[in-house]
Design a protein around this ligand. Structure first.
Ligand code: HDD
Length: 704
């Protein structure tokens, strides 16, 4: 149960919540209205009158409903939740919300894509934003991260160039939410510091299965500061309890059409169902005296600290348990800012972070219309706000008293300054000497070694997906010199990678490696090593038609639901189907309203008549074949096996007569119709679903 502290933000929001049944219709100034369908006219067919204040107010308000979308991360979805530390981190930081498990801090999280507009599809190839606002007792702390641990550029001054390059091209505003175009590849191929992040972008990390199944990273090296003033470098990691899982590229493209709200809907529905998304917060801690012990610069945001070098220390857990009431008021108006910090958390001189500390405040002024955006309900800290900032558009507070300056004597010097002992923020005291200079540090100049580390750490299937992604993206690029330049850059990462990409593009592969691959790996980087031990919240399609075995459907439903999965019966029509046993089976959805790509797994139960109908139904066949193509778990029982056999899925071994259970390439089948076989098949099916995808099928065209 959330504590009073965790509920604090919701209680603060209560007075702002407006209910539609809270009295009759009124104008914005409270006058009741008896007709909102007809404007005030001179005669029934005459002109509308200027004095129709209701018409004018209603239409004027409508005319002004839009605000500028975020210049990046415009498309997103948010949720409230709670963060609780496992233990006190007082040794490293004095941040109150990290002082022990008795602290429960309300949070708001917004997940996002980066390049697309507000209405763009969720499943595009892109970085995902993972921004968390902690409403702590000491003020708001915003951890504004992404689902990749590195960034494209090293200095914030390059951000407008990068964003201009990835956004739709300026002459025709094409393509929407895609990096597969000339200007993006032109820029990154000329900017070798981007090569590491681009490799992540070409990996499956850029097409997460769910916001609930992706990691989050603070990216920069930040600084913890303890009560004695001792600093410790810190990298933040969010780890999803359900593991890190991705779609495959072709699937992602189809989903973008079938359900453009795929990730947003998934988050919303999971929270509505009570399947609350959970993330563990972990940190990598580096003592300040170890600042120079790495072969990269800790201040360089294009670098990770490999987990094998500095292990992750889990420090707490976040549970997202409440959807917003209103998308605009909360998810759209939430304003994150890297400089929203609390005592005990400080910056480093990472030049990207330093620049962000300017940009986020600046952007809210235009986006939210002025300096009072912190007073919007979603942004208001639960900590008390008292200062001499005054007035401005949309001022919500009624400041009393005669003074709005310091020092003053008229108000007894109030508001008084807090001492550090009373929780005032004290900037970490770091000695900095130097000449003014517009120059990048030499220690930022290695752009390839960590890209090679990432590449080396990938499983074979991940490498195949990366090569296919480069081929796809660069295949859309019309300038041959950009393709060639990119291949040349890739040759600095790995010769085999460059060669494979070049071959797909029809570009001459580089004759020699540009350098020697150092051969190092970091297993933590591979999604193949992510937890795969649960079927919780996985969507499973059970295909059925008249004559389906109700007993088998019942076993499937019960066992899969028991493991937390979400089985649904899909049939050629909605309503119900007749069962082989003489009863009926309720249908959750008509097959035509969904798509195979919207499920994690597909199964075909028995019943001769049902199997015969499905085997002759193009859509049903497509459900199975597409799931197979995308590496998903499949199961077939009884006569349902014939539906799979009829598809002649390449190289697939299916159960023969006799009922024995056969498992091959992530497909489990048994022709036996009995309860024992059904139980055995479903148990094996659950294991296969938990493993997310099954690569290397004989027909492996999943990457196409
Ligand atoms: Fe940024 C939004 C994450 C570099 C400037 N950024 C934004 C959001 C996320 C990130 C998650 C969406 C917040 C929300 O949901 O409202 N940005 C990052 C990360 C970066 C990064 C992890 C590198 C480590 N950003 C970055 C730079 C600049 C910006 C270098 C500018 C110099 N970012 C912005 C912005 C946005 C933004 C223009 C757009 C909307 C907003 O801030 O509130 O100010």
């Amino acid at each position: 149960m959330p504590t009073d502290e965790a509920r604090g933000k919701q209680e603060q929001l209560d007075p702002s919540r407006a209910r539609p049944d809270d009295g009759p219709l009124t104008t914005n100034f409270g006058t009741r209205v008896d007709d909102t369908d007809n404007s005030l006219k001179v005669g029934e067919r005459g002109p509308t009158l200027l004095e129709d204040f209701h018409f004018r107010e209603k239409v004027t308000h409508f005319d002004h409903e839009r605000i500028p979308e975020r210049v990046v991360h415009a498309r997103g979805a948010g949720a409230y939740g709670v963060f609780r530390p496992y233990e006190s981190l007082a040794e490293y930081t004095k941040a109150d919300f990290l002082q022990g498990p008795d602290r429960e801090t309300p949070v708001f999280v917004r997940f996002s894509t980066v390049a697309g507009s507000r209405g763009s599809a969720d499943t595009v190839r892109d970085v995902r934003g993972f921004a968390t606002k902690f409403y702590t007792r000491e003020g708001n702390y915003d951890l504004v991260g992404n689902n990749f641990p590195v960034f494209f550029i090293q200095d914030a001054i390059k951000f407008p160039d990068f964003v201009h390059a990835v956004k739709p091209e300026p002459d025709n505003e094409i393509p929407q939410a895609q990096s597969a175009h000339d200007t993006f590849w032109d820029f990154v191929s000329l900017q070798p510091e981007s090569m590491h992040m681009v490799l992540w972008l070409m990996s499956d990390r850029s097409i997460p299965r769910s916001y609930r199944m992706m990691q989050g990273f603070g990216v920069h090296t930040f600084r913890f500061v303890n009560a004695e003033g001792r600093g410790t470098f810190v990298k933040f990691h969010w780890r999803p309890v359900l593991g890190t899982h991705s779609l495959v590229w072709e699937e992602a493209q189809v989903v973008a059409g079938k359900d453009p709200d795929y990730n947003r809907r998934d988050l919303w529905e999971a929270i509505e169902r009570g399947d609350y998304p959970e993330f563990e917060l972990a940190v990598q801690l580096v003592p300040e005296e170890d600042e120079f012990r790495f072969d990269f610069d800790l201040l360089d945001p294009t670098k990770i600290i490999p987990e094998e070098t500095v292990p992750l220390r889990p420090i707490g857990r976040m549970v997202l348990d409440k959807n917003p009431d209103n998308f605009f008021a909360e998810t759209e108006q939430v304003a994150f800012h890297t400089a929203h910090v609390v005592p005990g958390i400080d910056f480093t001189n990472d030049p990207l972070l330093q620049g962000r500390n300017h940009s986020y405040l600046d952007t809210q002024l235009i986006r939210l219309g002025g300096p009072n955006f912190e007073q919007l309900p979603v942004n208001r800290p639960v900590a008390k706000v008292t200062n001499n900032q005054r007035d401005g558009y949309g001022q919500q507070r009624v400041h009393t008293g005669r003074t709005s300056y310091a020092p003053n004597s008229i108000s007894g010097g109030c508001p008084v300054l807090a001492s550090p002992d009373a929780g005032a923020y004290v900037h970490h005291q770091e000695r900095v000497d130097g000449v003014k200079i517009r120059k990048r540090s030499e220690s930022f100049s290695d752009h390839y070694r960590q890209a090679t580390l990432f590449w080396n750490s990938m499983a074979d299937w991940e490498k195949e997906h990366i090569v296919a992604a480069y081929r796809f993206e660069l295949g859309k690029v019309t300038h041959p010199e950009i393709r060639e330049r990119t291949v040349e850059r890739l040759n600095h990462i790995d010769h085999a990678l460059a060669t494979a990409v070049a071959e797909g593009l029809g570009v001459t592969p580089p004759a020699e490696p540009a350098g020697r691959n150092h051969g190092r790996t970091s297993p933590a980087l591979s999604q193949a090593n992510s937890p795969m031990d649960t079927i919780a919240t996985r969507r499973v399609a059970i295909l059925a038609a008249d004559g389906v075995s109700a007993d088998q459907v019942a076993v499937l439903r019960e066992k899969l639901s028991g493991g937390g999965a979400m089985p649904e019966v899909l049939a050629p029509h909605a309503g119900e189907v007749r069962s082989a046993e003489g009863g009926t089976v309720p249908v959750d959805r008509a097959m035509s309203t969904m798509a195979s790509v919207l499920y994690d797994a597909v199964c075909v139960p028995g019943g001769a008549e049902s199997a015969a109908t499905l085997g002759a139904d193009g859509l049903a066949r497509h459900y199975v074949a597409e799931a197979f193509k995308h590496g998903k778990a499949l199961a077939a029982l009884g006569e349902g096996v014939e539906v799979l056999r009829g598809l002649a899925l390449p190289g697939l071994r299916l159960a023969g007569a006799g009922g024995a259970v056969v498992e091959d390439q992530g497909v489990v089948s048994s022709t036996g119709g009995g309860a024992a076989e059904a139980e055995e098949v479903v148990a094996a099916f659950a294991d296969l679903i938990a493993r997310h995808r099954h690569w290397g099928r004989d027909s492996d065209s999943t990457v196409a």
